[in-house]
Design a protein around this ligand. Structure first.
Ligand SMILES: [Zn+2]
Length: 278
């Protein structure tokens, strides 16, 4: 018997020593041990160095159990990757939990439009068609836009959902602006929450124009939520604002846009106390 055969024989002995007989296991007509649950062999005969040796093997239910565990492990890893990406895509933790599963039916029009947009995103992205949610505080426009963002993140898209104030702050920061504008152009979907609420200082309007312009040049869709009313958006008093708003209206041009919302307040149901990112 060669050295390799000796090693194999040793392994075979170990496989038998490690075999724990479970309740219901039984010896079949062939003299091998069978699993009491799935009735398939837990032992088999192999040839080592010319002699027949019985070794342990795994039965069918054990194979299936290991496959299930492997699949569950992969799924968990996948889930962790998505959650890690969600943290990058949505800076406000409260917004990460606003998804279709959290819908309580209080803003059906907003949610219906969000579902439609998510379901058709592949085509809408190819056609560069964005969406606008208009309405006063508490009409579900932020909830709806978060539903779209979270759904698309689940599906592996790169999304950036941000409120205006932190975006303007980082876009106006010398050390951050390059990466901010690179990201504005890169992501599959940009969602600007609370558009039109920031102070219309000259600096802010300059930045806002640069942001909107950069996104327009990327050829990728934009979603905004705003509490401006259609008349304010179409005919602002200020010429620089008109230039920005015209651009946004042209970008948010899918057939459902704008989704104009009125109705009962759902504020408080979403992210109470942490409605706006710092
Ligand atoms: Zn079994």
């Amino acid at each position: 018997m060669g050295a390799l055969d000796s090693i194999l024989l040793e392994l075979a002995k170990n496989s038998m020593n490690n075999l724990v007989v479970a309740e219901g296991d039984h010896v079949g007509e062939d003299g091998l041990l069978y699993c009491g649950k799935c009735n398939t062999p837990r032992q088999k005969r192999i040839e080592i160095g010319g002699q027949s040796v019985v070794v342990g093997c795994i039965c069918r239910c054990e194979v299936e159990k290991r496959e299930r565990e492997e699949a569950a492990k992969k799924e968990e890893q996948q889930r962790q990757i998505i959650e890690y990406r969600r943290e990058k895509c949505i800076s406000d933790p409260a917004y990460r939990r606003l998804n279709f599963a959290a819908d309580n039916g209080s803003c059906p029009k907003a949610v219906e439009a969000a579902r439609w947009y998510s379901e058709n995103f592949g085509q809408l992205k190819a056609e560069n068609k964005g969406l606008m949610f208009m309405g006063t505080v508490g009409t579900g426009k932020t909830f709806a836009s978060c539903c779209i963002a979270n759904e698309l993140i689940d599906r592996g898209y790169d999304v950036w959902l941000t409120t205006m104030l932190p975006l303007l702050r980082s876009a106006g920061n010398f050390s951050q602006c390059d990466s901010v504008f690179e990201r504005i152009q890169r992501v599959d979907l940009l969602v600007l929450d609370d558009f039109g609420t920031t102070k219309n200082s000259e600096r802010n309007m300059e930045l806002l124009f640069e942001i909107v312009d950069a996104r327009a040049r990327s050829g990728k869709p934009l979603i905004i939520t705003t509490n401006l009313i259609p008349a304010q958006l179409k005919d602002p008093a200020d010429l620089s604002l008109a230039r920005i708003y015209d651009r946004v209206i042209a970008m948010c041009s899918c057939e459902r846009s704008p989704v104009v919302l009125n109705g009962n307040s759902i504020r408080g149901q979403i992210a109470r106390g942490k409605h706006r990112a710092p």
